[in-house]
Every structure is written in C-alpha cells, then in structure tokens.
Ligand binder design. Structure first.
Ligand code: ZN
Length: 409
C-alpha cells in the first residue's frame, strides 16, 4: 500500500488477498463466495483508506482535527490499529480499528476515526447511510427491504432499517412554501393502525399546488378521526401570512387558522369530492343501515349536489346552480332532522356555508381531490402491515418527501 498525497485527496494502491473455498464454478456458488468476501473486503478497504487519510492529515501543518486544548498542529501517532469500534458500512456492520493520536502540547489522546469519516462522536450510523436505509424502508416494507438486501449479499436487518426510517423522518419537516402557489387541499383518510379499528385514526395531509403543475406536501399528521387538524397547519401559519390570499379546499377543522383568517384572505372550500364519502361515516354514527332507503336517499342526493360541471362561466347560471343545490341540501338536512340523524345534521350544517365558496367566487371550481392521489401513494406502503402511530407517520413522512418534495438519499 503506497500513499501519494495530492492537491486534493490521496491515491491508494489497494492489494488484497483472500482464501475462499468454492465447491464448484456455478454462478450461484461464485456469487455466494463473493458475498462472503464482501464484508471482509469492505472492512479492509475502510481501514486502509482511513490510515491513508490519517497519515495524509499528519503531514499537513494544520490538522483537520483539534485537541480540546486548542492545538491543531503538533500531534504524534498513538496507534493506527487501536481499540475496535463498530460503524455501519451500508452493506453490513463493520468493525474498524481506531486511529488514535496524541497531542504534543497537553498529552491528551484522541481518536480520529469518526472525524475522518465525517461522523459525530460515538455515533454508529452516518447520516448519509441512515438516510439511504430510511428511504429504502419507506419505499417498501421492512421485510422486503431485508429480503432484497440479502439477495445482494447485504446483511442489513429489519431493526436497523426501522430505526433508520425514524431517524430520517425526524429530520423532515413539512410546511407551506411561500414561493409556490396560494392554493392547496387538506384531507384525511382512515388508516389501519395496530389494535385500532380503521375508523379510529386518520392520516391528514395538507398539499400545496406548485407552479407548473403537481403538488408538494405542506403538512402531515395522524390523529383521531374528525379530531384536531392543528398539527397539520401549525408549521405553516407564518407562511400563510405572506400570501395575499390562499384558496384551501378542505373538509377539516381549520380553527387553528382563525387567527390568520383576519390577516389574509383564506378561502375555505369543502372538498366536494370527499363530502359524500364523509357522509357515509356520519350516517354510520347515526346507525343508518348501509344501502337502506334513507342511506341511499342521502348519499345519492349528496352525490348530485356535489357534482359540479367544470368551466361554467356564466354568472347567472352559477348563481342558479348554487341556489338549486342549496335548496336540495336543505331538504336533506330537514329530512335528517326529522329522522333524528343528529351527526349527519351537524356535519351537513357545518359544511353548508363553505360548500360552494370557490364556485361562487368563480375561482378554480375544481372539485376533484388531488390529495386522493397522494393518499394512494401512502396506502401502497401503509397497507402492507400494521403500524404504531409514530411508526406510520414516520414512514409516510419519508415516503411522501421522496415522491413530492424532492427528498433523496
Ligand atoms: Zn492538547
């Protein structure tokens, strides 16, 4: 092994010698032999590169590390093959013999292995690696990730991938982008969470439309069905203030935005695409039997009320449409009151004022949900197994950040 210091980086001649017994020359046997070789090769390679850079550093006048006494010039080698330490080498865990130097000023000894690797003291997985594993674990199930890894000679266990997902997610934060469009949707969908029925929790997503088409994620939360939506908008409050108006399509509870409502013009629009689906839930709460006469009456009426033809640009026509729709809606509310369907009544009365806002303002009257597309992206992953609340939120965070917000590893 020779080291040639250059202006930038070093060049290393890496020779290796392995002894491996193969019982035949089939492709499978050769690959299995190579897979057995890989961890050893990786470990030796890491060690040699580190020593190479350690020696390169030691001939520099000013060292790339500093003693706690402030000295960054005078050091001597203590050892190039010191106490072993375990770090993640992406393909597998590897054990490295630590490089240690001694300060010539105060005599303290210092390990420089992690400094050379660009890792925090005592940490075992570098950010570049847990982000890769985190993305992998978010794009497919932990079991599949482990299986695929194994096929390529990896030895990365499910647990490592799981914790990499949690760590990667903790670095991701969603909020509105002031440079993108003042238009978005917020919606929720039920998801299966360990020990809780599908109706128990829902995943709430806040998306923002972006210039040139498409959407980005501006908020994400898992909470009680019909529960608080505060966390979804919390991060974005300050950004809302920077828009002169914001068109928000939502079925959700937006009380947290009340404060911003006065400062900027936020236009709330019930997501008409979603409303009949939500109605199924409140009817269920009112114990109305699915597909019964009452159920069919309410749902079919709502479907018709919520169906809005796009590109109607005549003001009077729109006014007549809205009036007719309001009248039909009031009929349903009256009927549900008579039947004692209190949940359905309060749901519809709540939605009523915001249902046709966008249509009336003749802003974009688009009522099909783009958030639905996002939800399908989520469901591909969350339906593969049962989740804890935090686990489901984290895996979804990484996954959506990758698909919509340009996160990559
Ligand atoms: Zn010192």
């Amino acid at each position: 092994m020779g080291i040639t210091p250059q202006r930038e980086g070093i060049t290393i001649d890496f020779y290796c010698q392995f002894k491996v017994h193969l019982k035949d020359s089939s492709i499978s046997t050769i690959l299995a032999g190579f897979a057995a070789l890989l961890p050893q090769l990786l470990m030796d390679f890491f060690q040699k590169v580190l020593i190479g850079f350690g020696e390169y550093a030691m001939v520099l006048k000013k060292k790339p590390f500093t003693c706690k006494c402030g000295n960054n010039i005078d050091f001597i080698w203590k050892t190039r093959h010191g106490k072993k330490t375990k770090v993640h080498g992406f393909y597998c865990w590897i054990e490295l013999q630590q490089l240690q130097v001694q300060c010539k000023h105060c005599g303290s000894k210092m390990y420089i292995t992690r400094k050379l690797l660009g890792m925090e003291p005592r940490k075992r997985i570098a950010p570049a690696i847990y982000r890769k594993l985190g993305l992998l674990g978010a794009l497919t199930s932990f079991r599949v990730a482990e299986k695929i890894g194994g096929m390529f000679g990896w030895a990365v266990d499910k647990m490592t991938i799981w914790s990499a997902v949690q760590k990667t997610a903790s670095e991701i934060d969603f909020k509105l982008d002031a440079k993108e469009l003042a238009h978005g949707e917020a919606d929720g969908t039920g998801i299966g969470i360990k020990g809780i029925a599908k109706r128990g929790k829902e995943l709430k997503v806040f998306i923002q439309y972006i210039k040139g088409g498409g959407v980005r994620i501006a908020g994400l939360d898992i909470g009680n069905y019909n529960g608080s939506w505060d966390k979804l908008f919390q991060n974005s409050i300050e950004v809302f203030k920077r828009f002169s108006y914001f068109l928000l399509l939502t079925d959700g509870d937006t009380t947290i935005l009340d404060g911003v409502k006065d400062k900027v013009k936020i236009i709330f629009q019930r997501c008409l695409w979603h409303l009949p689906h939500q109605a199924k839930y409140v009817l269920w709460q009112d114990a109305v039997k699915r597909k019964s006469a009452d159920w069919l009456y309410v749902i079919s009426e709502l479907m018709e009320i919520c169906a809005i033809r796009p590109f109607v640009d005549c003001r009077q026509t729109i006014e007549m449409m809205v009036e007719s729709k309001r009248k039909r809606l009031d009929e349903i509310i009256k009927y549900c009151k008579e039947q004692g369907y209190s949940s359905t009544v309060s749901y519809l009365e709540n939605a009523r004022p915001d249902m046709f806002t966008a249509l009336e303002k003749r802003l974009n009257g688009k009522t099909t949900s783009r958030v639905e597309r996002v939800m399908r992206t989520v469901n591909m992953r969350t339906s593969v197994s049962k989740w804890s609340k935090a686990g489901a939120l984290n895996v979804t965070k990484v996954r959506l950040a990758y698909y919509y917000n340009g996160f990559d590893a």
